[in-house]
Design a protein around this ligand. Structure first.
Ligand SMILES: *[C@@H]1O[C@H](CO)[C@@H](O)[C@H](O)[C@H]1NC(C)=O
Ligand SMILES: *[C@@H]1O[C@H](CO)[C@@H](O)[C@H](O)[C@H]1NC(C)=O
Length: 432
């Protein structure tokens, strides 16, 4: 037996497990019938929980960053529906994806304030398709990294227009001209009227929530004040336009100098010098839930898998405790991945990693804790290997992985009840 595997997961005979699922779902389905419905309500928050239609909502989610990009061209557009439908069939309820592409190939924002209508229609399509499939979207609004433009592109634009203060990438956070660019971008996205549904993005409950920036770091100000100020300004601005949607920062989850007692939870010493601070940043009243990533391979030099898996467990528990005791907000693990480039990598290791993440979320949910959901990085459909990195999978290509994911959908549904949109798929998945 694998050490740690049975920490949170009582071993139950398979047959009795199936019987239990069948019984509990049997009752629930009687309430809802079979008809499929479209997403009609916003996800809200009550303390450490997400709520939909007055019921607690835990997320089994995933990342497919490429939906808008692949929606632009006819030859790849089918992948959007294929992925969202496959996710829905796995009982997944939220997909995290990019709602930005700044100056890169197929750019949404071509230059500051200039948008490509063709690409906006591609994003309209992603949202309309998600609505069709009953999957909500967590939409990220800019990248700290260079992929799809990111803060580097904004700094370059300001420089080219003769407005930029410096060429430092971190001037994205403090240069007044760049802040204006980004606010203009926010306003344009939030008030975009979907060409297919006629609904403005800010009024569309298909959107689970917004993420300000993917994995922000501001290493030129390790005190954290610069990033904190930016988060405060942008979140306030966003909330003034859109009060209906939930908002998160997009943090990796590192603790900074304002959280001295937590510094030992960081993977290594450098993590406290990145200008980010999980507790301080997530504490702002304009931030509705906290985001955390989990990359044991990239964050530690220790090669030992058992060491990494132990880190995953303490990292998650530490943040859930922050949610329960300090932040009083839901905690979402919005990216987790195990690298296939590790020496001696075997997909069974990824299964173990996924299982630890799922078990901790399930345990927190069962205890009504703040651990509100997890999003694997990252899923594809077949034939798009060019989009992959060392973390991606086509989830149905490995039955054991597929089973882990779908079982998480089933057991979360057992706690929260089956949301009507899921009825059809969960019936197939969970009662065999
Ligand atoms: C919100 O949470 C509180 C405390 O857990 C609970 O008493 C209250 O009923 C909840 N409100 C709603 C609308 O569910
Ligand atoms: C900004 O970031 C890009 C991409 O990481 C890098 O190539 C460039 O050198 C950086 N610019 C400065 C001034 O540090």
């Amino acid at each position: 037996m694998v050490a740690g595997n049975n920490l949170f997961y009582p071993i139950v005979g398979f047959a009795s497990c199936v019987a239990f699922l069948y019984m509990s779902f049997g009752d629930l389905w009687a309430d809802f019938g079979d008809h499929s419905e479209q997403i009609g309500s916003f996800v809200e928050r009550n303390g450490t929980h997400f709520m939909v239609d007055g019921r607690v909502f835990y997320v089994n989610g995933w990342n497919s960053y490429w939906l808008m990009d692949d929606s632009v061209n006819e030859y790849s557009k089918y992948r959007v529906k294929a992925m969202l439908q496959a996710g829905a069939k796995m009982g997944l309820t939220v997909c995290r994806t990019w709602a930005f592409n700044d100056g890169d190939y197929n750019a949404l924002q071509i230059s500051p304030g200039q948008f490509d209508e063709k690409v906006f229609r591609a994003l309209d399509h992603v949202i309309a398709e998600a609505k069709q499939q009953g999957v909500r979207l967590l939409l990220a609004l800019v990248n700290n990294l260079q992929a799809y433009g990111g803060k580097t592109q904004y700094v370059k634009w300001a420089w080219e227009e003769g407005l930029g203060l410096t060429s430092s990438n971190d001037s994205f956070f403090y240069d007044p001209s760049i802040r204006r660019y980004f606010k203009h971008y926010l306003k344009t996205i939030l008030t975009r009227k979907n060409s297919l549904t006629g609904i403005e993005y800010r009024d569309d409950p298909t959107i689970f929530g917004w993420e300000l920036i993917n994995e922000p770091r501001c290493v030129t100000d390790a005190s954290g004040n610069t990033l904190q100020d930016w988060i405060q300004e942008m979140s306030t601005f966003l909330k003034a336009i859109d009060r209906k949607h939930l908002l998160t920062v997009g943090l990796e989850g590192f603790y900074g100098p304002k959280s001295p007692k937590r510094l030992t939870e960081n993977p290594e010493w450098w993590a406290s010098d990145l200008g980010t601070d999980f507790i301080r940043n997530s504490m702002l009243p304009t931030i509705d839930f906290a985001s955390v990533h989990i990359y044991p391979d990239h964050w530690t030099h220790v090669q030992d898998l058992e060491y990494k898996l132990k880190f995953v467990s303490t990292w998650m528990q530490s943040h859930i405790e922050d949610g329960d005791k300090e932040l009083m907000k839901p905690i979402m693990f919005t990216e987790f991945g195990l690298s296939s480039e590790n020496k001696g990598f075997d997909p069974a290791q990824r299964d173990r990693f996924y299982k630890i993440v799922f078990d901790i979320i399930y345990k927190s949910a069962k205890e009504k804790g703040s651990g509100a959901g997890s999003f694997a990085w990252q899923f594809f459909v077949g034939g798009m290997e060019d989009h992959n990195d060392e973390f991606g999978i086509v989830p149905w290509q490995r039955p054991s992985t597929y089973k882990l994911i779908t079982e998480q959908s089933c057991r979360l549904a057992r706690i929260q009840g089956v949301i009507p949109l899921q009825t059809q798929y969960l019936k197939q998945l969970c009662s065999h």
